[in-house]
Design a protein around this ligand. Structure first.
Ligand code: SF4
Ligand code: FES
Length: 357
């Protein structure tokens, strides 16, 4: 099957992280430090990605600053002609490291925000003192004028702080805020009953983001990821499977999305075994759900199939036990009852914090 070249690559440099957020999108079985790709392989991956047509690399983790060679990797990605975005908790980004990252040509930082107060943020992130350190890093980023996006992951425990979150982003000089309601992949599945927002919060966040978008037009841009369990239709996850982006995990496994390894029958290849372009264009896993020809009913006969491509394959796997089923978020899905049942499973049990083995 023919496919356009990918635009973006998520490079998960490491799964190591000082924080333990209970909604982390990393898999439950994470890659250990000794299995991570060495510097020279990442450098080659960036060059291959640029040759394939990738324009932007999102350097992520875990916490990418846990890699001592982060500055060298940013420099290599820039040298390959890629726009470099660092997705970070900020922990580990000392002024000296920021100096080196700037010198390496880093284009943009996306800083995660767990909450607007130390008690809330440190509880959610599972890291005492993290909030104060993060704010200090954010101020340092602002002082240097590095373009900043605040990535606010929102859920039942912090959605009522939305106004304060927006105010904090403005105060930190962010050019963009991503109000990202938790998507249930990775560790978030294990904590779904603790994290699911209420219907009232869902309505409130949609209303407030729309109003704030108008109010701060030209000052700060808003990206919004709504909580989809209350939606009637799913999102076009990744813009469609294998259509716009790819992920490379810390050990070099190439995936169409961050949760794809939860689909047990697919075999994902490594950059150390096969060129990136061949994996993108030819691998069975990338071709498994491309386009719309594979879609089951009711998607096959639905007028929205070119809009959402049947929704998210990993969500279909998690909720229906079948990656090729209509995403159960969809009101037309025969598995919709599983979403409605999940909405009833509210719990105040302690979080299962992300941990590396
Ligand atoms: Fe999308 Fe399929 Fe639902 Fe139609 S039936 S809206 S294509 S998920
Ligand atoms: Fe894998 Fe949506 S997260 S297809």
């Amino acid at each position: 099957m023919s496919a356009p070249p990918p635009i973006a690559m998520l490079a998960e440099l490491t799964h190591r992280c000082p924080l333990s957020c209970p909604y982390c999108s990393n898999p439950l079985e994470m890659v250990r430090a000794k299995e991570e790709l060495p510097t020279e392989v990442w450098v080659d991956v960036f060059a291959q990605a640029a040759a394939l047509g990738v324009l932007q690399v999102h350097l992520s983790g875990g916490e990418p600053a846990s890699r001592r060679d982060l500055e060298a990797l940013v420099g290599a990605a820039r040298k390959a002609g890629l726009y470099t975005n660092l997705i970070t908790s900020g922990i580990g980004l000392t002024p000296l490291r920021l100096d080196a990252l700037e010198a390496a040509g880093l284009d943009h930082i996306q800083l995660s925000m767990q909450g607007t107060r130390p008690d809330l943020a440190d509880w959610i992130g599972g890291y005492r003192g993290g909030f104060e350190r993060k704010i200090a890093v954010a101020r340092e980023i602002g002082r240097r004028g590095i373009p900043l996006t605040l990535n606010a992951v929102m859920h039942r425990h912090n959605l009522d702080d939305l106004d304060a979150t927006i105010a904090l982003a403005l105060d930190l000089g962010a050019r963009r805020i991503e109000v990202a309601c938790v998507q249930f992949h990775g560790w978030a599945v294990a904590n779904r009953a603790q994290l699911l927002p209420t219907r009232e919060q869902t309505e409130m966040v949609k209303r407030k983001v729309a109003a704030a978008r108008a109010e701060y037009e030209g000052v700060m841009a808003f990206d919004f990821v709504p909580p989809d369990y209350y939606s009637d239709y799913p999102k076009a996850c990744m813009g469609g499977w294998g259509s716009a982006g790819l992920n490379v995990t810390p050990n070099g496994t190439v995936l169409p999305c961050h949760a794809a390894e939860t689909i047990p029958h697919l075999r994902f290849e490594k950059v150390t075994d096969r060129p990136l372009a061949e994996i993108w264009y030819e691998s069975a896993a990338f071709n498994a759900y491309r386009g719309t020809d594979w879609l089951p009913e009711p998607c096959a006969g639905c007028e929205r199939k070119e809009i959402d491509f049947g929704g998210c394959r990993c969500q279909a796997m998690a909720l229906a036990g079948d990656a090729s089923a209509t995403d159960p978020i969809c009101a037309k899905s025969p598995h919709r009852a599983r979403v409605l049942a999940a909405l009833e499973e509210v719990s105040d049990a302690p979080f299962t914090y992300r941990k590396l083995g």
